[in-house]
Write a protein that binds this ligand. Structure first.
Ligand SMILES: Cc1cc2nc3c(=O)[nH]c(=O)nc-3n(C[C@H](O)[C@H](O)[C@H](O)COP(=O)(O)OP(=O)(O)OC[C@H]3O[C@@H](n4cnc5c(N)ncnc54)[C@H](O)[C@@H]3O)c2cc1C
Length: 315
């Protein structure tokens, strides 16, 4: 799967597109920017243009530009669920910040209401929500990444992000000003249009005792530290759990723990995690994922589906 919104033939950025991007963003657009530092796997080739966008007006201008010129574009969150190809991403990679990073938490009529911009970090959102007693927010504890990524992925554990969403505002090439949409949420995906950029989200939780919610949240973070390889670059669970089973259990039972391809290794701690031993390429990870998938299919007749998104050029 490749999520770049390619409006036609993959286009190299020409001088005019570069000039217009610079006009909109000044030195907040960079060209041929390596993407590895922006992903939790620390893997990935360069973006033709890397656009640090700080306001609704800037994003609207970039979406209009991409639409008009047929430029491919991709919105990057915190890069914690992405395998970016070694050949990088053609067109414009959009990274939100500035006004999109705001979080406001308030108690209103027996509820905790969290309003957050798309680039706000989930760990901060969970900490702030917990300190106001947002019951259920512990289910989102320990999920790295941004609010926009969590919405797109319907991230979660025993409960999912979408369960708590009241409103979502998006911007799209056809309608670049922020407007509300009402997607449906499923296990690790949503019906949100592929070309919609999440701008902000409002979440509601029943109000509870802050101390109790904080304690539950802390407990979950501690359990994660014991069961996930958090000190080595990874992208969380690589495969979705098949109905009624756990991908990690199947991979372990297929004997894949510790398998390596180049610098990529199936984690000894959690078999559904692939860790970067330092010099892994996207091709190493892709080869290891394919090998694991084959082994599970041969042993159990189950075709695992990827949870991580592949994006860009695999060389
Ligand atoms: C250690 C670790 C633990 C993890 N644990 C969990 C877990 O418990 N549960 C779980 O569900 N996931 C987990 N993940 C995976 C990952 O954190 C989530 O999928 C997360 O929601 C991805 O957010 P992100 O901002 O990093 O998105 P990215 O990886 O940057 O992008 C993921 C997708 O979202 C899209 N996207 C990002 N921002 C926007 C936006 N503003 N508008 C529209 N689309 C957008 C991207 O285009 C891409 O298709 C874990 C990952 C790691 C590294």
């Amino acid at each position: 799967m490749n999520d770049v919104h390619d409006a036609g033939v993959a286009t190299e950025l020409d001088g005019a597109a570069r000039a217009r991007l610079t006009e909109i963003l000044g030195d907040r657009v960079r060209f041929d920017e390596p993407l590895a530092p922006y992903t939790s796997w620390k893997i990935g080739g360069p973006a033709d243009a890397f656009a640090n966008v700080r306001s609704e007006a800037e994003l609207a201008a970039i979406l209009r530009l991409a639409h008009r010129r047929g430029l491919p574009w991709f919105v990057l969150g915190s890069g914690s669920n992405l395998l970016v190809g070694d050949g990088g991403i053609r067109g414009v990679v959009i990274r939100l910040g500035g006004a999109y990073a705001e979080i406001a938490v308030a108690r209103e009529h027996g509820q905790v209401v969290v309003r957050a911009g798309a680039s706000a970090g989930m760990p901060l959102l969970v900490a702030q929500g917990a300190s106001q007693g947002a019951r259920g927010i512990g289910s989102l504890a320990g999920i790295p990444g941004s609010v926009g990524g969590a919405l797109r992925m319907n991230a979660g554990t025993d409960r999912e992000f979408g369960e708590f969403v009241r409103d979502v505002a998006v911007q799209t090439p056809a309608k670049p000003d922020a407007h509300t949409v009402t997607p449906q949420y499923f296990y690790r995906h949503t019906t949100l249009a592929r070309d919609a950029v999440v701008a902000s989200v409002t979440l509601t939780f029943p109000a509870d005792e802050p101390a109790a919610v904080r304690e539950e949240t802390q407990g979950r973070l501690v359990r994660r530290k014991a069961t996930q390889p958090l000190n080595v670059p990874n992208a969380g669970s690589c495969f979705r759990n098949p109905p009624g089973d756990a991908a990690g259990r199947l991979i372990e039972a297929a004997g894949a723990k510790g398998w390596r391809e180049g610098g990529a290794e199936v984690s000894e701690l959690h078999a559904n995690f692939i860790v970067n031993r330092g010099d892994a390429t996207a091709s190493d990870v892709a080869a290891l994922l394919a090998r694991v998938r084959r082994a599970v299919a041969e042993r159990f007749g189950i075709e695992l589906e990827l949870e991580v998104h592949f994006v860009g050029a695999f060389v």
